[in-house]
Write a protein that binds this ligand. Structure first.
Ligand code: CP
Length: 314
């Protein structure tokens, strides 16, 4: 397994990664998929290393996926639960992290509602920092697991048309996918109402489209996003029924995509709001494959940052 092309000390976003580093993460993840099919799903690559899962926002997929990834690499894991921690007594983020660092971890995986929180940690922490989602800003491991899922299906990550549909404005998933596929030279169409898909996104390399059918037509990938009510998105359109009528993906709309197209969603999904429930459970949907791939991608990231390279697949 080649790790020579991975030079990062942290994973804060997609932007600092070269195309070669993205390919290295995905190639490494492919190798770890094999590990996850073994009876004993463990390798010693992070034996003796400690990973802290520091989640200040809710999570089902990312948190458990990093936990499984760390355990499959034989790392010790601390799951920090913000709701029962001393942050509730007024402890600052910096003091919380300094306290945890006094226990000598090697990697801190952080999810935080504040964009830029992971980068802030790098200004004083000694550990490798991994961004598990910060505000509207970035969710790099989600974009990487999405990319792995696309590469598995199409055999390549080049020359694809990807329609990302929904609440682009509040979406770190959209921003990280846009960054990744702009580097790969793929066409990314951002679809939704003007209030949630401002024209300014064209400056980041996406094509803005306010019509669902036109945006989905001919796409290899249709990636649906949740309306993020916790970030106030519900105030950006008149009613859920109107949103659903104009921007929910249905079998009829999905049929406009290219033959063999896949339907993606980072989760959690809102059935029958942005996604028709029949389609969510259909053969075209790769939503659960995305979840499975998340473990391999997160194993790859932890391994490339802190693993004993020659022991990874022993
Ligand atoms: N896709 C994603 O980040 O899901 P969670 O919020 O459940 O981690």
């Amino acid at each position: 397994m080649s790790t020579r092309t991975f030079k990062q000390n942290h994973l804060l976003g997609i932007e600092p990664l070269s195309v070669e580093e993205i390919d290295t993460i995905l190639d490494t993840a492919e190798a770890f998929i094999e590990v996850s099919t073994r009876d004993v799903k463990k390798v010693p690559a992070l034996k003796g290393k400690t990973v802290v899962n520091l989640f200040f926002e809710n999570s089902t997929r990312t948190r458990s996926s990093f936990e499984i990834a760390a355990k499959r690499l034989s790392a010790d894991l601390i799951n920090f639960n913000a709701s029962v921690s001393s942050t509730k007594k007024g402890e600052s983020l910096k003091d919380t992290v300094l306290t945890l660092e006094a226990m000598n971890p090697h990697v801190i995986v952080i999810r935080h509602s504040a964009s830029g929180a992971p980068r802030y940690l790098t200004t004083f922490a000694r550990s490798a920092i991994v961004n598990a989602g910060d505000g509207f800003h970035a969710h790099p491991t989600q974009a990487l697991l999405d990319a792995l899922t696309m590469r598995q299906r199409f055999g390549t990550l080049r020359g694809l048309k990807i329609a990302i549909v929904g609440d682009i404005l509040h979406s770190r998933v959209a921003r990280s996918n846009l960054a990744l596929h702009s580097k790969m030279g793929n066409e990314v169409v951002l679809v939704g109402p003007p209030s949630l898909v401002p024209q300014e996104f064209e400056r980041m390399g996406g094509k803005v489209c306010w019509d669902l059918r036109r945006g989905v037509a001919g796409a290899d990938v249709v990636m649906m996003l949740r309306v993020q009510e916790e970030r106030g998105a519900r105030n950006y359109f008149p009613s859920t029924r109107e949103y659903r009528n104009r921007f929910a993906i249905t079998p009829e709309v999905f049929s406009l995509a290219k033959e063999g197209a896949i339907l993606m969603h980072p989760g959690p999904i809102n059935r029958d709001v942005e996604i028709d429930t029949f389609l969510a459970d259909s053969d075209q949907s790769v939503i659960l494959q995305q979840v499975t791939n998340g473990i391999a991608v997160r194993m790859a990231v932890l391994y490339l940052l802190k693993g004993e390279k020659n022991e990874a697949l022993d």
